[in-house]
Design a protein around this ligand. Structure first.
Ligand code: GTP
Ligand code: MG
Length: 236
């Protein structure tokens, strides 16, 4: 497999670069994420999750890694998902309906030690349960701060997803904070770590919600999961 970096996005090269298919995929992603995006629900228990009627993708990762910021940046909205400089901002599972084709789920972060232990336990349980059992979940985007690389808690989630046979892909966030040579180093380390995991998607995305670097590739990739209520298998 050949790894290349296109506009800051690392990709494992399976197809001809710049093919009409790639160009079409970018356009489909652009159109989808340029469409409507509405908040549907905030859930703090498994019983209060909205129905699994549309395909879903979710944003998981440590507190403060940039999950909510990425939802905003991808959809071109500044205030859709609440963000904060202080870790632990998102405390529920937040669902957004993208153009009636895809649900985006912004998850609470893990590794935030300041909140009361009982709260952390509850968010962690809910997040793990959601990741392992949600029938409409097509892919988990596991966000890793490009400055920190993969940590112990990230490895734990990777294992949970592997065990549940849920496909996941890494997004290295905040790439604007690093020089290209430093990003290459994080990429190399991350490739080594994900190669041990059976449910890992063999492509690592690099993003910056500040500069918007890498977002068009992410949109194109995410758009492949879009569907409709009628053709989604878990629709009841
Ligand atoms: P929790 O909800 O606490 O789990 O955090 P989160 O992962 O949703 O992070 P959030 O999007 O709230 O961002 C945390 C901080 O990182 C904020 O101050 C953001 O402005 C900042 N941030 C997010 N993405 C980027 C990025 O791409 N570049 C830079 N420089 N800062 C970013
Ligand atoms: Mg958040």
């Amino acid at each position: 497999m050949e790894q290349l970096v296109i506009n800051g996005t690392a990709m494992v090269h399976h197809e001809t670069r710049g093919s009409q298919r790639d160009i079409d995929a970018l356009e489909i992603g652009r159109l989808l994420f340029g469409g409507s995006c509405e908040f549907i629900a905030a859930a703090n228990s498994i019983d209060s999750l909205p129905p699994a009627t549309l395909p879903e993708i979710c944003f998981a990762g440590r507190s403060n890694v940039g999950k909510s910021s990425l939802v905003n940046a991808l959809t071109g909205r500044r205030m859709l998902a609440r963000t904060s400089q202080t870790p632990g901002r998102t405390r529920q599972l937040i669902f957004f309906n993208l153009a009636n084709c895809l649900q985006l789920v912004d998850l609470p972060g893990y590794g935030y030690a300041v909140a009361p232990k009982i709260d952390i336990k509850a968010w962690t349980y809910l997040t793990y349960k959601f990741l392992a059992t949600r029938p409409s979940l097509q892919r988990v985007f596991l966000l890793i701060d490009s400055r920190r690389g993969v940590g112990r808690l990230d490895e734990e989630i990777m294992q949970v997803l592997d065990d549940a046979a849920v496909s996941w892909a890494v997004v290295l966030t905040k790439s604007d904070k690093l020089k290209p040579v430093q990003i290459d180093k994080t990429l190399e380390d991350t490739y080594t770590k994900i190669s041990r995991h059976v449910a890992a998607y063999p492509e690592i995305f690099i993003s910056s919600s500040e500069t918007k670097n890498g977002l068009e590739y992410l949109r194109a990739h995410m758009a492949q999961f879009a569907g409709s209520k009628s053709n989604h298998p878990s629709h009841t």
